[in-house]
Ligand binder design. Structure first.
Ligand code: ZN
Length: 413
């Protein structure tokens, strides 16, 4: 029986991942929203029989409640992904409302998502129609999963994946033979700097900040990156304050400790860093805590923007980005132009702006390694700015068929 793979979102773009695999049943893998650049964009997801969600980042989970506008379906994910994902979805609704964007679902749909979620563990088999399904540890954030769908032919969707270990997580687990590999391609055309070198750059920047009585703002993704950065900077715990969704996300990660490498160490860090809880806390934060870890990671909103304004008055002010910055996001624009701009304001940032590569994604070498290990016949590149170039390189190197579909395109496997 032939199987059709339809790309609804993440085709040659980073954001709104949504891929439908259909045989007799239609299964959607991920259902995310693209929040940057604004306005938010949702995938045109139509009647599906079930959903499987890889991890709790908005571009993978942010549109799941849309699936409950007409009736209900089972949604499969692990427990930490449901908890973190629900937090992110609720927050994104608030943000969208505040900025005047319409959201194609409401609170009742979020509640139905939670009610209809079936919790599955890593490597636990579950069945959707003809598909034998399982989640594989993908090493990207706590709870992140690659998804295997096996209906005679094996389809393996990496989702966001990391082949290298981090302080927070072990590297991904991979099957040794698949038929079709749906490969995230965020860094398909880029080899990252050595991790140890980047961590040293981060520690050096923090040291310099402290010795100059300066301040360092780290805009981070609340889920994953924030916790990794805290582990890298564990020697500076009493100098660090957390603000924004980073706080709740970190508490959830600590609660679901079995998903991370060193839960005890992480819980200990959380006890020692400052949680900014009130406006008063926030107003005085920079004078007491020279290192601020705050969401949002791409400066699309959140308290990070407040601190960005405030740090200007310090002699040594740094902004340290540690994650992927989507094209045209305020963070990417700031790094490129030294100008911060959103709908409400525009200002020049005179501080020291750095981007560090502590990525939670595999780089080009890691992605090529995944192909080597999983030995697919077909590779479908998604979730990247340069999917077409990457797919061409893959065809040349591995003599397999490689695709870089656009949104709305389908591939028969
Ligand atoms: Zn992700």
């Amino acid at each position: 029986m032939s199987i059709n793979i339809e790309i609804l979102g993440s085709g040659s773009e980073v954001g709104r991942s949504s891929i439908v695999v259909s045989g007799k049943k239609r299964v959607v893998m991920d259902c995310g929203v693209k929040i940057q650049p604004e306005p938010p964009k949702y995938p045109p997801v139509e009647k599906v029989d079930a959903a499987i969600i890889s991890h709790a980042h908005l571009d993978h989970v942010g549109a799941v409640p849309m699936l409950f506008r007409k009736g209900k379906i089972p949604v499969y994910m692990n427990d930490i992904t449901l908890e973190l994902g629900t937090m992110l979805v609720k927050d994104s609704m608030k943000v969208a409302r505040k900025e005047g964007f319409t959201v194609p679902f409401d609170k009742s749909h979020v509640n139905r998502m939670v009610k209809n979620t079936k919790i599955v563990r890593y490597n636990e088999k579950f069945r959707i129609g003809e598909f034998n399904c399982s989640l594989w540890h993908s090493g990207h954030i706590p709870g992140s999963s690659s998804i295997m769908l096996d209906a005679g032919k094996k389809i393996f969707y990496t989702a966001d994946i990391q082949t290298r270990p981090s302080h927070l997580l072990n590297p991904c687990q991979l099957p040794d033979k698949v038929d079709t590999l749906i490969l995230e391609s965020t860094y398909g055309m880029k080899v990252q700097a050595l991790r140890a070198k980047e961590e040293k750059r981060l520690v050096d920047a923090v040291e310099e900040t402290l010795s100059n009585d300066g301040v360092a703002l780290m805009p981070v993704f609340a889920v994953g990156r924030a916790q990794e950065v805290m582990l890298v900077l564990k020697d500076y715990m009493n100098k660090i304050a957390l603000d924004g969704m980073v706080k709740l996300a970190s508490e959830i990660v600590a609660q679901y400790g079995s998903y991370i490498k060193a839960p005890k160490e992480f819980r200990n860090i959380l006890k020692k860093v400052k949680f900014i809880r009130t406006n008063e806390d926030r107003a005085g934060a920079l004078k007491k805590y020279p290192i601020i870890i705050a969401s949002a990671g791409m400066l699309g909103g959140g308290p990070a923007v407040h601190y960005l304004r405030e740090i200007q008055s310090f002699g040594d002010a740094k902004v340290l980005f540690t994650g992927f910055l989507v094209e045209e996001s305020p963070g990417r624009n700031l790094i490129e132009t030294k100008i911060f701009e959103n709908d409400e304001e525009r200002f020049h940032v005179s501080g020291d702006l750095q981007q560090l590569e502590l990525s939670a994604h595999a780089d080009r070498n890691g992605l090529l390694d995944i192909i080597r290990k999983t030995r697919p016949e077909k590779v479908i590149c998604v979730h990247g700015d340069k999917c077409a170039e990457f797919a061409k390189d893959i065809e040349e190197e591995f003599k397999v068929q490689a695709y870089a579909p656009k949104n709305g395109e389908s591939i028969r496997v």
